[in-house]
Design a protein around this ligand. Sequence first.
Ligand SMILES: [Zn+2]
Ligand SMILES: [Zn+2]
Ligand SMILES: [Zn+2]
Length: 113
Amino acid sequence: MSAGHGAASPVRVLGKTVDEETRCAHYATALDVIAIRFACCGAYYPCHLCHAECADHPAEQWPRAERGRKAILCGVCSTELTISVYLDVDACPACAAAFNPGCKLHRHYYFQS
Ligand SMILES: [Zn+2]
Ligand SMILES: [Zn+2]
Ligand SMILES: [Zn+2]
């Protein structure tokens, strides 16, 4: 990671990231710009596969009662969103970057329903 565009992210994203907007080896389309903090370790990863391949423990999902937690990072503007806000929007409320609608199919990897 080098200082490039915009403000440097204060949040470290683990896993197989391939650019500064948190795209990874698994998900690297224009819309794949978020990272998710995992309930098990509190670390941000770009996706569940990154966690599965890079963490040394099984992933845990956020319980419903924790939806007020900031656990989503917009890779474009580095704003952290709460889970409940993220589940309610199609784009970043801070910078308007569109989020991948396909991520909604993968919610169960990250959040208990
Ligand atoms: Zn973990
Ligand atoms: Zn990944
Ligand atoms: Zn943003």
